[in-house]
Structures are given as C-alpha cells and as structure tokens.
Design a protein around this ligand. Structure first.
Ligand SMILES: Cc1ncc(COP(=O)(O)O)c(C=O)c1O
Length: 370
C-alpha cells in the first residue's frame, strides 16, 4: 500500500465552481474573490479578509503596510518563507526559541529577545495548533508591538475559542498541503480598516480599485496608483475553489482530528516516539501530524524506511531557518530546543479523506519500523 503525506480533498462542488468561472469569462480578480473574502472574514470573526497569491505575500504586506523597518521576533522552527517575508519587506528577523511541548514560539524567549528596536512579533501557529495568544498579546500590549500571525498551517484552529488570525494580523496559506487549498493562494485578515485599504491597494499595483470594482462606474478606465504596489492578486478561478473549500473546512478539520486521535492511540505504547502535544486551550486542526523519535541519530533512517514501505513521511522542518545558508552567518544565534526538535521530528501522512485501511497501515508500519 502507498499512503502519501497528503492529498487535497477536491469534490464536485469545487470542480463545478471552477468550470462555472471558466465559462463566465471573468477569470481575473472578480465576484468569487468578494464572496470568498466575505465568507472567510465571517468565519475568522474579523472585519476584513483580502485574498492574494500566497501566504508569503500576506506576511510581506502585513509588515510593509505597517511600515515596519525594525526587528520582528519570530520562531526559527518554521518554513523559511516566514523570515524571507520579513527581509523582503525591509525589516530584520530576530529568532526566538520554541516551547518544547507545542513546538510553538516560547513567550518567555520572546521577552528575552526584545530590544529598543523591536516593532513586531510574528508568531507561527505550527502544524495546526495556535500559539499561546494570551501571553503573546500581553507582551505586545506591554511593549506596543504589532502581532502578525503566520497561520499558514492553521486554518480553523482556535485558542480559547477564538480563531487563528483574529488576534493580530492573520496570514493564511492555501497551498495544496494546507487545511484549505486553492492550489496556490493566501489571505490576510484584519480588523484595521486603514491597513485593509492599504493592503488591498498593494495587492493590485497600488491602485485602490480593481477592474471588477470599476466595472459599473463612470470613467471605469481611470486608475489611480496610491502606492508602488505589486501584482499579488488571486484569480477568480482560485477564489471559487477556496469559497467551496471553506464550506467544508470544519468537517475536514474534524476528520483530521479523528485521524490524529487514532494515531495517538496507536502510538501510545511506543516508548521510542512522542506523540503531538495538545494544549488544553487550543483546538488543534492537525495540518500536520508530527511525532518525535527519541534518538536523533535514528531519525533520517526511520523516515527512509517509512518511505520505502510506502508511508509518505517527511520532516518539517530541517534545517531550522537560523541555520539555513542565507541566515546562518548574518542572523547567528543559538536555539537549543529548536535545534533538538528539528533533528528528531517526523511528519506522518494526514488528510481528511484518509481511509481506515490507510490509517491502520501507517500505524502498523510505524510500529514495525521504529
Ligand atoms: C509557516 C509557513 N509560513 C509561510 C508559508 C508560505 O506559504 P505560501 O506557500 O502560501 O506562500 C508556509 C507554507 O508552507 C508555512 O508553512
């Protein structure tokens, strides 16, 4: 049997919507963007949601639209996009260590990394679990800092019943491995009217209206560029896909949680691995199911054996960002917990439509391979 790491869950509703858009002739930013943005903002519980081409663009614009040029504290245990976005926006990444149980940024280490130049915290909700937002919001308030939530991996996750992306500025990814997909895509969420207006303009060349917005207006050809912006837009085709994925997000997340529970039971007796920790305050949506092996020297071979036996296991993430070639000299630091977890973590297959046979197969192969 072969069980891939993940498979996007696309059904008839999404296929029909994409064909409907193709037939309509309106392929660029259009009516489905409006519909998806409204529905996503309501889902997260914020005033604004702005669709774009990726989460990386959302992260970059969250910083750029706030004119942050100082230091931004983030974890190094993340995909390199989080830090790249800070640099591309003209700010400075400062890495903090993670909590050894949740693998999310450690609020105590954030405090240690604060300097007079710190402007923002970029917390990353790792693998489907929201960070300790009670502590992070407290620090941000104390030091008057902006909070950017890199929620690429956590769509529909909660902290004390509040959605990821509703605490600070939310940045989500719709890459095919994520809980909701549009192939490539992202969205930014905020309650700040001014920020939303600015981000909307920056997404479309700095022009404050889109062609679709101007359609029925007088002088529809008049385009006013307020900023030197980008083309970070999401197409109407992908927005239609996203809109129908959102309708079944909760169901997909429930399935992920059920699979995680079955894995937890299946692995509970294995002394050589630890299962993912779930904070009592968090509703974990398991974008990834990440275990750790006890012995770091055995990790790579373990993943290799799983792959050979048809289990699409992987590693998220190694190396950590602060040890990546581009970062290791310029942003030198020591992060003992991050470095330890990076060398012992293993991601196992998880996707909402996983069958009983696939789940049982993964459990069996993990048990016999460890
Ligand atoms: C934590 C994190 N941030 C940012 C990104 C980048 O997302 P995108 O591919 O939509 O730009 C990812 C995607 O893998 C991610 O996992």
């Amino acid at each position: 049997m072969k069980v891939p790491l993940c498979i996007p869950f696309i059904e008839e509703a999404e296929k029909k919507a994409v064909i409907e858009v193709l037939a309509s002739g309106w392929l660029a930013h259009g009516p489905y963007n409006k519909k998806f943005e409204k529905a996503f903002a309501e889902y997260v519980g914020v005033k604004h949601a702005i669709t774009m081409n990726s989460c990386t663009s959302a992260l970059q614009l969250a910083i750029e639209a706030n004119e942050i040029k100082g230091e931004v504290i983030l974890p190094s245990f993340t995909f390199v996009a989080s830090a790249n976005a800070i640099i591309k926006a003209g700010a400075i990444p400062v890495f903090a260590d993670i909590d050894e149980k949740t693998f999310n940024i450690d609020p105590a280490d954030i405090r240690k990394k604060i300097t007079k130049n710190t402007n923002a915290i970029m917390c990353v909700h790792y693998a489907g679990q929201v960070c300790n937002m009670t502590e992070i919001m407290k620090i941000a308030e104390e030091y008057n800092m902006i909070v950017i939530e890199d929620s690429a991996e956590t769509i529909g996750g909660l902290w004390q019943n509040k959605q990821a992306g509703a605490f600070g500025i939310g940045c989500f990814s719709f890459f095919p491995t994520k809980n909701l997909t549009t192939g490539e895509g992202g969205i930014l969420t905020t309650n700040d009217d001014k920020l939303a207006e600015r981000v909307r303009a920056l997404v479309g060349h700095g022009i404050t209206t889109t062609t679709y917005d101007r359609l029925e207006k007088e002088l529809s050809w008049f385009r006013s560029a307020t900023y030197a912006g980008y083309n970070f837009r999401m197409s109407n085709i992908l927005a239609a896909l996203g809109y129908y994925q959102l309708q079944k997000l909760d169901k997909m997340n429930e399935n992920r949680r059920k699979i995680a529970e079955r894995y937890n039971k299946g692995f509970s007796q294995i002394a050589d691995i630890t299962i993912p920790y779930q904070d009592v305050n968090a509703y974990h949506v398991y974008q990834m199911y990440v275990i750790c092996v006890k012995d770091k020297n055995k990790r790579n071979n373990f993943v290799k054996i799983l792959n050979e036996k048809g289990v699409g296991a992987s590693v998220h993430f190694y190396p950590p960002v602060h040890l990546q070639y581009f970062y290791k000299d310029k942003y030198k630091c020591s992060l003992p917990i991050t470095e330890d977890i990076c060398s012992r973590c293993v991601t196992l297959p998880i996707y909402p439509q996983m069958t009983d046979a696939e789940i049982e197969y993964v459990i069996k192969i993990v048990k016999e391979s460890i």
